[in-house]
Design a binder for this molecule. Structure first.
Ligand code: GLC
Length: 527
C-alpha cells in the first residue's frame, strides 16, 4: 500500500469546460487527453473529473441515467479508455466522480421504481404516503429550493429528492441498492481508475422516521431556501458511516485506490468521516478555506481547529474552490489569490486545485439569458450562480480563448486576451508560473509534503507556520505592510519564494509587504 495520495496534488477538471475538440462549445474527453501534457508540466499528480456519465444534464452530469456509460457529449468508452491509459502513461492518477445519493429520473431503476407500488425496485428510491392531513410527508426542503417531495399521480405517493425533482434520492438502506452501487465502483476500478470523489456523501442516510427538520433561527431571506431549516434529520445520520465502511471495503478490494468525499459540515462532524479506525473516507473534503471569511484570525483558528481534530492516522486535505463555489480570485481578489495559492500548497495535507484557478480566472459576467445553473434558475435572488465557477478554461488569445471553435456554453472572462495559459506561460511573474513553482517546490521539499505542522502566532494580518524542521511560511492576508518579528532561529533563513513575484532569493526581511507570502528555508534545530 503506497498511499500515493498523501504526496499528491489533485487537479479538478469540470469536463464541460476544459477543452472542446468537436466544435459543439462543450468540452470533451478528447480535449482532456490533448491537455495531459499541460497538467503534467503544471505539476499535478492526479486529476479528478466531474461526472462524464450518461445523463440528461439537468444538473450537468450530477443526474446520471447510466452509471456505466459515457455521455456522448463527452465521447465514448474507447475515448475514455484511451484517456485513462494516457493519463497513466503521463504519471497521473485518475479519479472519477461517483454520484450515489441520487440518480436521474431517466435511469432505468427509477423507471421501474415508479412503475407501480409493487415493482421489485419500488424500495430502491424513497417513496412515502402524504402527511396525515395531506401534503408532503415532512418539511424537508430541496437543496435547490422548494419542497424536497414530488407527488407521483400514477402511484399516489411522494418521492424524495434532495436536489432537482429529476434527481430522485436512492434508498441506501436497501441492500440491493448498495450492492448495485458497489458493482459500479468495481466496474470502473476494473478499468484501472484510481479512486473516486463521492458526491454529497453526508446525504446518503436519512432519518428512519423522517422527522421534520427544525427551523434555523439565524436564517435570512437572502440565504438559499435550504438553509431555512437545520438539516438535522435529512443528512449526517449515523448509518452513513456503515455505508461508507462498506464502500471502503469495496475500494480496498483493489490496491492503492483513493476515496474522497464531498462533505459540507463543521470540523467536529467532518472528521467523523475518517471513520472508526480510519475505515472510512481517506479524504473527507475540507472546505473550511471556502466557507471561512478570508481573515488571518479566522484562518489561524480554523487551521488550528482542523489540525487538532484530525484523528490519529488521518490525513488532512485542503480546497480553495470548486464547481459549486465562487472562484478564489473572485472572492479575495487577484493579489490575495496568489497568497491563497501559497497557503493551499504549503499547508499540511493533500491539496485539490480547481482548473482555471492556476491562471487566476476571476469574475465572469453571465448575461441573464445565458444562465445555465438549475439552482440559479430556481432561486435567482437567493443564491450564487454556479455558472461563474464553470466557465471555459482559457488557453490562448484566440477566439473563445482557444477553448472551442464556436461560442462556448458559457462565456469566457472579459480579460481572456491576457488571462490565458499561452500568455502566462512565458511570464515568470504570472499566476501560472507561481503555481508551477509551488507545485515543484512541494515535490522537492519533503518538509512541504510530509513535515509536521506547527503554527506560529505572529498575530495581526499574518498566518504563519513551520513545516518540518527547515521550512517556514508567512502569509500576509491584508494589503498593508506588516512587521515581521521572527523568532531568532529563523533569522538566518533564506527566502525561497515570494508569492507576489514568483521568485526567491535574499535574506528574511524585517517586514512583509501587503498581499505577500514568503516561503523561507532555514537550518533546522540541531544542524
Ligand atoms: C454536489 C455537486 C453539485 C451537484 C449536487 C447534486 O454538491 O458538487 O454540483 O449539483 O451535488 O448532485
Amino acid at each position: 500500500m503506497t498511499q500515493w495520495w498523501r504526496d499528491a496534488a489533485i487537479y479538478q477538471i469540470y469536463p464541460r469546460s476544459f477543452q472542446d475538440t468537436n466544435g459543439d462549445g462543450i468540452g470533451d474527453l478528447e480535449g482532456i487527453r490533448q491537455r495531459l501534457t499541460y497538467l503534467r508540466e503544471l505539476g499535478a499528480d492526479a486529476v479528478w473529473l466531474s461526472p462524464i456519465f450518461q445523463s440528461p444534464m439537468k444538473d450537468f452530469g450530477y443526474d446520471i441515467s447510466d452509471y456505466r456509460a459515457i455521455d456522448p457529449l463527452f465521447g465514448d468508452m474507447a475515448q475514455f479508455d484511451a484517456l485513462l491509459a494516457q493519463a497513466h502513461d503521463a504519471g497521473l492518477k485518475f479519479l472519477l466522480d461517483f454520484v450515489p445519493n441520487h440518480s436521474s429520473d431517466q435511469h432505468a431503476w427509477f423507471a421501474e421504481s415508479r412503475s407501480s407500488r409493487d415493482n421489485p425496485k419500488r424500495d430502491w428510491y424513497i417513496w412515502k404516503d402524504p402527511a396525515p392531513g395531506g401534503g408532503p410527508p415532512n418539511n424537508w426542503i430541496s437543496n435547490f429550493g422548494g419542497s424536497a417531495w414530488e407527488w407521483d399521480e400514477a402511484t399516489g405517493q411522494y418521492y424524495y429528492h434532495a436536489f432537482l425533482t429529476s434527481q430522485p434520492d436512492l434508498n441506501w438502506r436497501n441492500p440491493e441498492v448498495r450492492e448495485a452501487m458497489h458493482d459500479v465502483l468495481r466496474f470502473w476500478m476494473d478499468k484501472g481508475v484510481d479512486g473516486f470523489r463521492i458526491d454529497v456523501v453526508w446525504h446518503l442516510a436519512k432519518d428512519t422516521a423522517f422527522r421534520d427538520n427544525p427551523p434555523d433561527p439565524a436564517w435570512k431571506p437572502t440565504q438559499p431556501e435550504i438553509d431555512r431549516n437545520l438539516q438535522k434529520y435529512s443528512a449526517d445520520q449515523p448509518f452513513v458511516h456503515e455505508i461508507i465502511e462498506e464502500l471502503r471495503d469495496v475500494i480496498d478490494e483493489y490496491p492503492d485506490r483513493l476515496l474522497i468525499g464531498e462533505i459540507y459540515l463543521p470540523i467536529n462532524r467532518l472528521v467523523d468521516y475518517y471513520g472508526r479506525g480510519n475505515e472510512g473516507l481517506h479524504l473527507p473534503f475540507n472546505f473550511q478555506l471556502i466557507t471561512s471569511p478570508w481573515r488571518a484570525d479566522a484562518i489561524r483558528e480554523l487551521i488550528a481547529e482542523y489540525e487538532a481534530a484530525i484523528p490519529q492516522g488521518g490525513w488532512p486535505n485542503w480546497v480553495l474552490s470548486n464547481h459549486d463555489q465562487p472562484r478564489i480570485a473572485k472572492r479575495v481578489g487577484l493579489a490575495q489569490a496568489r497568497v491563497a495559492a501559497m497557503m493551499l500548497l504549503t499547508l499540511r495535507g493533500t491539496p485539490t486545485l480547481y482548473y482555471g484557478d492556476e491562471i487566476g480566472i476571476g469574475d465572469v459576467h453571465i448575461p441573464p439569458d445565458r444562465i445555465q445553473d438549475p439552482w440559479a434558475k430556481n432561486e435567482p435572488d437567493a443564491s450564487f450562480n454556479r455558472d461563474k465557477a464553470r466557465t471555459p478554461m482559457q488557453w490562448s488569445a484566440d477566439a473563445h480563448a482557444g477553448f472551442s471553435e464556436t461560442e462556448p456554453w458559457l462565456p469566457v472572462t472579459d480579460d481572456h486576451q491576457t488571462r490565458n495559459v499561452a500568455h502566462q506561460q512565458g511570464d515568470a511573474g504570472s499566476m501560472l508560473a507561481l503555481h508551477r513553482t509551488l507545485l515543484s517546490l512541494r515535490k522537492q521539499r519533503e518538509d512541504l509534503r510530509r513535515g509536521d505542522y506547527r503554527a506560529l502566532d505572529l498575530g495581526g494580518p499574518l498566518v504563519a507556520y513551520l513545516r518540518g524542521d527547515t521550512t517556514a511560511v508567512v502569509l500576509n492576508l491584508s494589503s498593508d505592510r506588516a512587521k515581521l518579528d521572527l523568532p531568532e532561529e529563523w533569522q538566518g533563513g533564506e527566502v525561497l519564494l515570494k508569492a507576489s513575484t514568483g521568485e526567491g532569493g535574499g535574506p528574511v526581511p524585517g517586514s512583509i509587504e501587503g498581499d505577500e507570502g514568503l516561503i523561507i528555508a532555514f537550518r533546522g534545530a540541531g544542524e
